[in-house]
Design a protein around this ligand. Structure first.
Ligand code: ZN
Length: 375
């Protein structure tokens, strides 16, 4: 008998019918208290060596239907390595085709980063003498809003903020953060050591623990899209932003990188804060140099493709990087990574992957090092 389940950390699927392996009918469950959906993550048991066709019937009504074009779902037997499987998007349905080689297989929109792994990440980082781990507050469901502080704060030190996964379905953001932290905490890495002599890093690896555990695409438990809450965060509706923003005001911010994934574009790119009132030529040059430098140290990053640039004064000030750049007068950037693959240097077996996201996260330290004096 075939069984489909998703009642686990980060799981999301509704099974309408799984009696026939060639006609498994599924739907993605929308975020709690919101209409967003696209993230899926489920388990299939009982179809070893059987051709399965799994149709996600409501894919056409997902938040970013253009994200399905050229997209392939990921699968894993051991929950460690994730590979891509045959996937079509037709007539508003996402069709996954796979012949499992084991009794149990997991499928997802992207390699999951569970809350259990998040706790492991914090515990692992916490073993380093360089790290202070603190809880800035609690989410609606009572989960901690975790901050890792690396290095010593001080008058002469710069404050660099890295936040990831405001949108919980963008799990590549926390994989990125894992790679970033591993390198920053590597005492054999001269760039990391040099940076920590003159800067303190504030890292929030997961801005949205409730959404992550609930298997949401975009919002927290209250249905708040956290990246539209930065101008006036409400402590009840968006405690995640409220507490992080308060801590930023205490520490000051010299650089902020907000890490995301984009459903549609097969590229790694940065969106800047061009549309804010205080945008000027100096910050524009700094942003250009940051992007160019990143492309030089990691060819998985590129500068040709990205979002349209907002005109000065037209920025949505409820977006994190716009708020932070305006308030602190610093460089603040949104990093977007693909769910699909990179068009410039594709890797068909895995597409964009945890390993590649981690390398990209590690490589940004070279960029920060190069531009340090200007940040
Ligand atoms: Zn996002």
């Amino acid at each position: 008998m075939i069984r489909i389940s998703a009642a686990f950390d980060g799981g999301n699927i509704i099974c309408d019918d799984c009696r026939a392996p060639a006609d498994i009918r599924l739907r993605i469950r929308p975020d709690t208290n919101a209409d967003f959906f696209q993230w899926f993550y489920f388990r299939l048991n009982g179809a070893r060596d059987t051709d399965c066709v799994m149709r996600i019937l409501n894919a056409g009504a997902a938040s970013y239907p253009q994200g399905w074009d050229g997209y392939r779902a990921v699968a894993s037997y051991d929950r460690q390595s994730w590979f891509r499987i045959a996937t079509d998007y037709r007539d508003g349905e996402l069709i996954l085709r796979h012949r499992p080689e084991r009794d149990t297989v997991y499928y997802a929109y992207f390699a999951p980063y569970t809350m259990e792994r998040h706790l492991d990440l914090l515990a692992c980082a916490g073993q380093s003498p360089l790290v202070r781990h603190s809880s800035l507050g609690l989410t609606a469901h009572g989960q901690d809003i975790d901050l890792l502080t690396i290095g010593d704060a001080g008058e002469a030190k710069k404050s660099f903020w890295i936040i990831a996964r405001q949108h919980p379905g963008e799990t590549m953001a926390e994989w990125w953060a894992e790679g970033f932290l591993e390198r920053l905490l590597d005492r054999a890495d001269a760039v990391s050591r040099a940076l920590l002599e003159n800067a303190c890093f504030y890292v929030v690896p997961n801005m949205n623990p409730d959404g992550s555990r609930l298997g949401h695409l975009r919002t927290n438990a209250a249905g708040a899209n956290l990246n539209r809450e930065w101008d006036a965060p409400d402590p009840e509706r968006s405690p995640e932003v409220y507490h992080v923003r308060a801590k930023m005001r205490e520490s000051g911010v010299n650089l902020c990188l907000d890490v995301h994934g984009d459903e549609a574009l097969p590229y790694n790119f940065i969106a800047g804060a061009h549309g804010i009132p205080s945008w000027n030529a100096t910050r524009d040059r700094l942003l250009t140099d940051f992007k160019r430098s990143w492309q030089q140290v990691n060819p998985d990053f590129q500068t040709q493709h990205g979002y349209p640039i907002a005109r000065k004064g037209k920025a949505n000030m409820s977006i994190c990087v716009n708020h932070v750049s305006e308030y602190f007068g610093c460089l603040a950037m949104t990093l977007e990574m693909p769910f699909k693959d990179t068009a410039d240097r594709p890797f068909p077996e895995v597409g964009w992957s945890p390993e590649r996201a981690k390398r990209l996260g590690a490589s940004v330290l070279d960029v920060i090092y190069r531009l340090f004096d200007r940040l």
